[in-house]
Design a protein. Structure first.
Length: 315
């Protein structure tokens, strides 16, 4: 009962900020980065921002950031979004029957020889599309109360783009279409794949959408020095190469934000089948957001965004 009252009070306070004249203060944008199952950390960050009544005027999300951001912008309750990770629903919906798909690949190759040539990738993401649309009640993106963009990569031009209208499920499938795993998505004569290919922490998109103040959430694993012996394990080089690439790629983008929140997602794989990773990711996001909160409030106060009336309902 106490938790329910606290949640209702938090939502009421958030509504007060939402209805105040946004034009009278800087517009605050949220840039949520990609990172697969580590996206649970986004949930923790959003929980703290909501508890502390930090107004969010727009959201740009890449890959899993587009999923969490899209659900939030559509009005899905925070506890329901958290359950997507705590119950491992994301992994189940994102990569259905991966082993079976691999067994079916020879059949797909045979069909190609016979003239059937779908886009490259192991499978379509329509199961995930249906899951997402059901979660938001089939609302279209332009109907969201919070302006929102799913960041994608244009396969033909190589440019980073954003989807700001239409079917959310289709946009999320495109934003999370990891090359070679998921097939790219064709929308209005454009072919899109995972936005993280070139813009994994979409600060630039949040700026272009009109944000004066951007809070970025980078959920990459921290790049730490490791003993040389660690790289004798199978797959260790590929994982380290990815960490190095993401660090080189996302670091400069994240630094362009006014606030960077970087939860410690060490040890959580991109596609995790462990329910414990969901809970750990959420807790990491909560810890990182709380650590950043004094700086967030200091900077927003300096910009004229009132923080003195904010209350914390953190448990």
């Amino acid at each position: 009962m106490r938790k329910t009252v606290a949640t209702l009070l938090s939502l009421a306070m958030a509504s007060v900020f939402a209805i105040q004249d946004v034009s009278a203060r800087p517009k605050i944008g949220l840039a949520l980065g990609g990172g697969g199952s580590r996206g649970a950390a986004h949930v923790g960050v959003l929980k703290v921002l909501l508890e502390e009544n930090i107004p969010i005027d727009l959201i740009a999300g890449t890959s899993i950031g587009s999923v969490v951001g899209g659900f939030y912008a559509a009005g899905v309750p925070m506890e329901d979004i958290a359950q997507v990770f705590e119950k491992n629903t994301f992994t189940k919906e994102f990569a259905p029957m991966p082993i079976l798909r691999l067994f079916l690949e020879p059949t797909a190759l045979t069909l190609r020889v016979l003239g059937y040539k779908p886009y490259d990738g192991l499978y379509y993401g329509w199961k995930f599309r249906n899951f997402a649309n059901k979660a938001v009640g089939s609302k279209k993106i332009e109907e969201f109360k919070i302006p929102y963009a799913a960041v994608v990569t244009d396969v033909v031009s190589g440019k980073s783009c954003r989807l700001t209208k239409g079917n959310l499920g289709v946009a999320l499938v495109a934003s999370t279409a990891v090359p070679e795993l998921r097939k790219p998505v064709e929308i209005d004569d454009h072919l899109y794949c995972d936005g993280g290919v070139i813009n994994n922490v979409p600060v630039s998109h949040a700026r272009e959408m009109g944000a004066d103040f951007v809070i970025a959430v980078n959920i990459d694993e921290y790049l730490k020095e490791r003993p040389i012996k660690d790289f004798r394990a199978l797959g260790s080089m590929a994982r380290q190469a990815l960490r190095i690439q993401l660090n080189a790629f996302d670091g400069p983008s994240s630094e362009k934000a006014d606030i960077l929140i970087h939860p410690d997602t060490t040890g959580i794989s991109l596609v995790s089948f462990k329910k414990s990773d969901g809970k750990r990711g959420i807790e990491a996001g909560i810890a990182a957001a709380r650590a950043a909160m004094p700086e967030i409030k200091r900077k927003l106060n300096a910009l004229g965004v009132p923080m003195t009336g904010a209350i914390s309902l953190a448990k």
